[in-house]
Design a protein around this ligand. Structure first.
Ligand code: AGP
Length: 609
């Protein structure tokens, strides 16, 4: 997720754009840039790293002009660098982009064959050259933007200027937010309302397919067929900080609700449905390497270790491939018996976790092929790994990891599909079946999120308790661990995740009426066993919170609270349960009056041992 900004009016554009980018930094901050059009001259300044680097470049005040666009980047294609920073230019055309263009390689090859030379690794530069190629045929910028929008597959919000059409900014969106507004001094565009609030609270949210024209004095919205559309004005009553959180109270709850989009973005453009295959160009591993990998290792820390454990069940059940999962701090000091040609998968949101990095370096030293599943493009792990699958979550601001976990599990689904097809363990039909069900996950998560009020009621009943126990079986044992970790780290309540079948070998001694027990009991082959465990807990008077498959009424009389997830294949239940347990932990912590986004003692990235 990136942030785009634009202004055209009677005031100096540079300070307005910089202030706006500062308000958008939470959307991405690995590079930034602005373009200003003045007296027929197009000037572009870009800097890698945080926004203050760009501010330093601009403090000489050399960029004069009252029309410009700006961008703060969260890299998806191409590492963080000045060359990959936006704005991107092609001749008289300059633009900024938020989103992911799925068919950019096809378009890039076509443009290269037409003689266009690319300076960056981004998908965005393709859009600039495409628009320039149409304008060069004599069409106006508005028509070029409309025609190009029809060629792009994926998600985008773009703002475009041309030297040959001064005083005008065109915008277009599909699948990514774009909002415009005006005041007496000019007109404004941005990825969300946050930067606009300094100038106006009356804004218009563009719809997919809309094209907008901003001039010094007005904004014109055109529909997909060029028809004029009346501007729907919305008055925003949030303050800027609330706007950064999208109107949510905390970043954590915002990020929990972003998960349907994260699933869509992480899947986007990474499969060939006809062949029933995943398409992972950054994997940088040949089919032979994947087929001949002697052992598969997954190593990570914290929540990422939990997604790795989900990966173990996934690979073993979907591919019949044994997987060794470990936490980074143990693996690195155990003289691990990893060998040349093993596949070592390191999972990390930040890509900077010291224990995971050290484990990956040890694996590489011993000759294994290292694959990183990571959220931060350009992070140390992403750069040092042999291959990478980026989870396209955007920045995860809250210390407690939520959407990154979901992105990691989706990346593991894609990897399992890829390995299954490469090893011929899965047929094309089976591959399409799995893709159909992966693509339904965003909708299923939306359904789970609708249970937030019911989950809040559970939190209200137990937020003052001092101990919780989370029980899960099979692929949901890691979810029991993850649910307990979420509660621990943001509510400071002691919570343990346990394999449900193991509870009777000791922890059952802890159980009494003061220890709420969460039991994950989906309709799968272990359901009856889970119910047995629930009965064992019930017999000791513990409050029981059961999470079941929609329509299962058997536990209504046995549990104090019953929440449900949509009926899906057992291997697809982890994300759905995880989202419910994220909501439970969040609301317990809020009811305890704690700082949910910045829990005590924790850091977002543990870069020390
Ligand atoms: C998760 O909620 C925690 N904040 C923590 O366990 C985290 O998952 C762990 O430190 C690993 O971080 P990484 O994914 O950036 O490597």
């Amino acid at each position: 997720m990136c942030g785009i900004i634009g202004y055209v009016g009677r005031e100096a554009a540079t300070p307005i754009l910089l202030a706006g980018l500062k308000r958008l930094e939470y959307r991405g901050y690995d590079s930034a840039g602005i373009a200003i059009l003045h007296d027929g001259e197009l000037s572009i300044r870009r800097s890698v790293g945080k926004l203050h680097n760009l501010e330093t470049v601009l403090q000489d005040g050399s960029l004069q002009g009252s029309i410009g666009i700006g961008h703060t980047r969260w890299a998806t294609h191409g590492r963080p660098s000045e060359q990959n920073a936006h704005p991107h230019r092609s001749g008289d055309i300059v633009l900024v982009h938020n989103g992911i263009i799925e068919n950019f390689l096809t378009l890039k090859y076509r443009l290269e064959s037409e003689g266009y030379r690319f300076e960056s690794e981004t998908d965005t530069e393709v859009i600039a050259h495409l628009i320039a190629s149409i304008v060069r045929r004599g069409l106006k910028l508005e028509e070029a933007v409309r025609l190009v929008s029809q060629e792009l597959h994926g998600s985008y919000a773009i703002a475009v200027m041309s030297v040959s059409e001064p005083g005008r900014i065109f915008v277009s969106r599909s699948g990514c937010p774009l909002v415009v507004g005006r005041n007496d001094h000019g007109t404004f565009l941005a990825s969300d309302v946050t930067p606009l609030l300094a100038h106006t609270r009356d804004v218009t949210f563009l719809d997919d397919g809309d094209i907008g024209l901003l001039t010094e004095s007005d904004i014109f919205i055109l529909g997909p067929n060029g028809e004029a559309k009346p501007r729907q004005i919305v008055t925003i009553d949030w303050d800027a900080e609330a706007a950064e959180k999208g109107g949510f109270q905390d970043f954590m709850i915002k990020e929990i609700h972003e998960q349907p989009q994260v699933i869509s973005d992480t899947l986007r453009g990474r499969f060939n449905y006809e062949l029933g295959e995943a398409d992972l160009p950054d994997l940088a591993m040949t089919n032979e390497e994947l087929i001949n990998a002697r052992r598969i290792w997954i190593v990570a820390c914290g929540t990422s270790w939990h997604s790795g454990l989900v990966g173990k069940y996934l690979f073993e059940e979907m591919l019949r491939r044994p997987v060794q999962v470990d936490i980074g701090s143990e693996f690195r000091y155990r003289q691990p018996m990893i060998q040349k040609d093993d596949l070592f998968i390191a999972i990390s949101q930040s890509g900077e976790t010291a224990d995971t990095l050290a484990a990956a370096r040890e694996a590489k030293r011993l000759g294994a092929r290292v694959l990183a599943i990571v959220n931060v493009v350009g992070s140390t792990l992403a750069r040092e790994a042999d291959g990478v699958i980026f989870t396209r979550c955007g920045p995860e601001i809250s210390v407690a990891s939520t959407k990154a976990f979901t992105g990691q599990v989706v990346a593991l689904y894609l990897l399992a599909l890829h390995v299954g097809r490469v090893r011929n363990v899965l047929s094309p039909e089976e591959g399409r079946w799995w893709l159909d069900h992966f693509l339904m996950l965003p909708g299923h998560v939306e359904q789970v999120l609708k249970q937030e009020e019911a989950i809040k009621a559970v939190a209200a009943a137990y937020y003052e308790k001092r101990n919780f126990l989370y029980l899960g079986r099979g692929i949901n044992y890691p979810i029991a661990l993850e649910g307990a970790l979420k509660l621990k780290e943001i509510s400071y309540i002691h919570a343990e995740g346990y394999a449900a079948g193991e509870m009777k070998h000791g922890p059952i001694a802890l159980i009494d009426e003061d220890m709420p027990v969460v039991v994950l009991s989906p309709k799968d082959r272990l359901y009856d066993k889970s119910v047995n465990n629930l009965m064992e807990v019930r017999a000791r008077n513990a409050p029981v919170i059961a999470f079941v498959t929609e329509g299962d009424r058997q536990l209504d009389r046995l549990a104090d609270y019953v929440l449900s997830i949509p009926e899906v294949h057992p291997l697809l239940t982890p994300i759905l349960f995880a989202v419910e347990l994220q909501l439970l932990a969040y609301h317990v912590a809020v009811m305890r009056g704690l700082d949910v986004d910045k829990p005590r003692n924790l850091a977002k990235s543990v870069t020390v041992e």
